[in-house]
Design a protein around this ligand. Structure first.
Ligand code: C5P
Length: 232
């Protein structure tokens, strides 16, 4: 899989997401399905969107004991999604178990991506709530390295971290970056943002874009603009 734009389909119902996807009559965008839609509609929404021809990043961020994660990943793998994810905080052993669960009898599997520290966690909450005293960028890189050591395919990270992740974990280790905004668009609640063109320059492999596309007056045009700026 090459560089691509993944649309964050943060909708709470099947009706809303299918209405949105119906607008795309030509190219079939890569979509991200998160907890909100998955918990509302269940696995059938994944199957339905897959049958429509979309690639799917199922963003459920698993974090549990290795055996539970392994068995759950086997279930997600059967949904034939393209990318799954988990929390690197679950340890290397959990990540290795996840890979085992994800691998199908024929040896194929979805890509597996780790979340390092959530961007909602800052230095202060990490130190006070989690008792992790190291600088947050060091913690993020350490978790990324753990994910690479465990055999995972990449991490979700800020576009600002993508270059460092590639330096630390290798250029083939994937970086999936949210926090993307058009130069002339609303930032909303994102704090550190980059344009699709900047994300391309610093080496993001995939950008995850939600509201700049889903809330646009013309979502198809906004998506095509993202593709043009990011993929070229
Ligand atoms: O609408 P917007 O473009 O801000 O959507 C970004 C998507 O990426 C959302 O689904 C959000 O949950 C997700 N995300 C993020 N920041 C992270 C991890 C995931 O914005 N650190």
């Amino acid at each position: 899989m090459g560089r691509d734009v993944i649309i964050a389909c943060d909708f709470s119902s099947k009706e809303a997401v299918l209405n949105f996807l119906d607008k795309f009559t030509g190219r079939k965008p890569f979509v991200k399905i998160g907890m909100e839609l998955f918990y509302a509609e269940g696995p059938s929404i994944v199957k339905e969107i897959k049958e429509r021809g979309h690639k799917i990043f199922l963003d459920l961020k698993l974090h549990d004991i290795p055996n539970t994660v392994k068995k759950s990943m086997a279930v997600l793998s059967n949904l034939d999604v393209d990318i799954c994810n988990l929390h690197a905080a679950g340890t290397k052993r959990m990540m290795t178990a996840a890979l085992e669960g994800l691998t199908r009898p024929d040896g194929t599997r979805p890509l597996l991506i780790a979340v390092t520290q959530l961007t909602s966690t800052d230095q202060e909450s990490m130190e006070n709530d989690l008792l992790i005293k190291e600088p947050i960028d060091k913690v993020v890189m350490h978790y990324a390295k753990n994910a690479a050591d465990a055999g995972l395919d990449g991490v979700v990270c800020s576009p600002l971290e993508a270059q460092k992740v590639h330096e630390t974990c290798g250029k083939d280790f994937l970086t999936i970056t949210p926090g993307v905004r058009f130069a002339d668009g609303d930032i909303g609640d994102q704090k550190r943002v980059m344009t699709p063109a900047e994300a391309n320059r610093i080496g993001s492999d995939y950008i995850v874009v939600g509201r700049p596309i889903t809330a646009a007056e013309d979502p198809v045009a906004a998506y095509e603009r993202c593709i043009a700026e990011f993929v070229g």
